[in-house]
Design a protein around this ligand. Structure first.
Ligand SMILES: Cc1cc2nc3c(=O)[nH]c(=O)nc-3n(C[C@H](O)[C@H](O)[C@H](O)COP(=O)(O)OP(=O)(O)OC[C@H]3O[C@@H](n4cnc5c(N)ncnc54)[C@H](O)[C@@H]3O)c2cc1C
Length: 459
């Protein structure tokens, strides 16, 4: 299907110059126009007829302008969202890349199947998730790539290629985790797995005991499906470890998927208490969490995996906003990272709401792998002012945390704010030069751009 241009080529709807915001509202980028394609041909036509820059947007939940570049044509993938093939016996599904996990769950749930690896929320598009090589809190897995059979990608010359471990393997290894830098991922074939009943178990312990606990009870358990552990700020010495374990117990939650109409008003109040009240963190640790998690929950895996990111959305983001960051540390350096992180947060009085620990098996496939070895991940959720001074201070402590992770042989995650220096980026992603060489080959005029690649890619 190389560079095909049909006689009556379909044209995607266009919108005039538009400011693209990500979910934090911190990084407005004015693009020249936005198109909303529904067919691969519309994407090919747009790529062929536009010299560049071109950026690609999914659900726009990245937080540092990764979906837009100034003056670009943005390809908004959210309506490119059909299911192309579903094989319940082989447990695979082929989808268009603008589809969200939730739409897949709605289709596969009746076959009692579940997405194998995805984030903790179901709002994200498959294309955006592939492009960051996302992870969830699944035990025994690493990043999303290990559940991907193949992708289709539109390159800068309009060619549509299949890429997998067997065909165009370099594109497969570059585009997954490649933040839209090599082309537009249009389709993906993904592995599915069984939808099972799970029961929540939790235990609170000193953080010094967590690593041993994880290795002894969680890491190699085939019964544990989801696991994470929340570290309580502001002393960062206590964790609440939460696991969802396979069970045959009767369901306490009857719905098969999380209702998509939740109001989340209580969550907003809880967020406000924890971030703004003088003893908000203590209230969370000793009152709010014990009350929230007082019952033993038994639910379907798909119910747990279909949560909506709206549950974290504050009432407004004008004066302050809520932001994520993530650091990866080799498993044997877990205990070294904790005091470094605690020291940095306390020194800068960072308003950290939560640090969630997860675990990932290595990904030795992708060029921009964030887990070339087995790691613990530290997902930091914090509140910051939107003024320039607050953004500057956040940048300072973020770079210190990145240095701390790098010193221990770790890395940091790229979908968030672009505070890292170029040297930090190259140290965290040592195979970036290979990715750049591939980009030069398949996108010689640097058509595919966004704020991330504007910062770190020197064509
Ligand atoms: C509340 C919240 C919770 C989160 N939880 C997790 C988590 O549990 N685990 C985790 O790993 N991450 C998590 N993230 C980060 C999230 O996975 C990424 O931001 C992801 O990119 C979101 O998908 P999206 O559809 O919004 O992508 P977008 O933000 O729209 O795009 C992300 C990148 O992918 C590129 N892109 C998008 N679609 C395509 C395509 N079809 N072809 C080529 N390039 C494309 C974009 O150009 C951009 O560079 C979380 C983020 C938020 C806001």
């Amino acid at each position: 299907m190389a560079g095909c241009s049909a006689a009556r080529a379909p044209v995607a709807p266009r919108a005039a110059p538009t400011v693209i915001y990500d979910v934090t509202q911190l990084n407005p980028v004015t693009v020249r126009e936005v198109i909303v394609p529904r067919t691969t041909q519309e994407i090919v036509n747009a790529v062929l007829s536009h010299a560049g820059p071109i950026s690609v947007g999914g659900a726009r939940h990245s937080m540092g302008g990764q979906t837009a570049a100034p003056g670009a044509l943005q390809i908004d993938m959210r309506n490119f969202d059909r299911i192309l093939a579903f094989d319940p016996v082989a447990r695979t599904i082929t989808v268009e890349a603008g589809i969200r996990w939730r739409q897949i769950q709605e289709r596969i749930d009746s076959a009692n199947l579940a997405v194998k690896i995805m984030q903790s929320f179901a709002n994200f598009t498959v294309g955006g998730s592939l492009s960051v090589n996302a992870h969830g809190r699944y035990v025994g897995f690493g990043p999303l790539v290990s559940s991907v059979r193949s992708i289709k990608i539109v390159l800068a010359d309009g060619e549509v290629l299949d890429a997998s471990r067997d065909v165009n393997a370099n594109l497969f290894r570059g585009a997954i985790g490649g933040y839209g830098g090599l082309g537009v991922i249009t389709e993906a074939t993904l592995d599915l797995t069984e939808n099972v009943r799970v029961k929540r178990r939790q235990i609170t312990m000193p953080i010094t005991k967590y690593r041993k606990y994880f290795f002894r009870h969680i890491r190699d358990s085939s019964a544990v499906i989801f696991h994470n552990a929340d570290i309580y700020p502001d002393d960062y010495r206590t964790v609440r470890a939460e696991s969802y374990v396979r069970t045959n117990d009767p369901l306490t939650v009857k719905e098969r998927l999380t209702p998509s109409t939740g109001s989340y008003r209580l969550n907003r109040v809880a967020l406000w208490i924890v971030s703004d009240w003088p003893f908000g963190q203590a209230l969370r640790q000793y009152l709010i969490d014990p009350w929230r998690f007082r019952n033993t929950e038994v639910a379907w895996r798909n119910y747990i995996a279909s949560s909506d990111a709206a549950e974290l959305e504050p009432a407004e983001r004008d004066v302050s906003t809520y932001v994520l960051e993530e650091y990866f540390v080799p498993v044997d350096r877990f205990d070294d990272f904790i005091p470094l992180m605690r020291g940095i947060f306390r020194r800068y009085r960072a308003n950290v709401l939560n640090v969630s620990i997860r675990h990932a098996r290595p990904d030795t496939e992708t060029l921009l792998s964030w887990a070339p070895r087995e790691v613990f991940t530290f997902v930091v959720y914090y509140k910051q002012g939107t003024d320039t001074a607050s953004q500057r201070v956040t940048g300072v402590w973020t770079r210190e945390l990145i240095d701390a992770a790098l010193r221990l042989g770790g890395s940091y995650y790229l979908p968030y704010q672009l505070h890292a220096t170029e040297a930090q980026f190259l140290k965290a992603y040592p195979r970036a030069p290979e990715f750049f060489a591939l980009k030069r080959r398949v996108d010689p005029t640097n058509k595919f751009e966004n704020m991330l690649w504007e910062k770190y890619y020197r064509p």
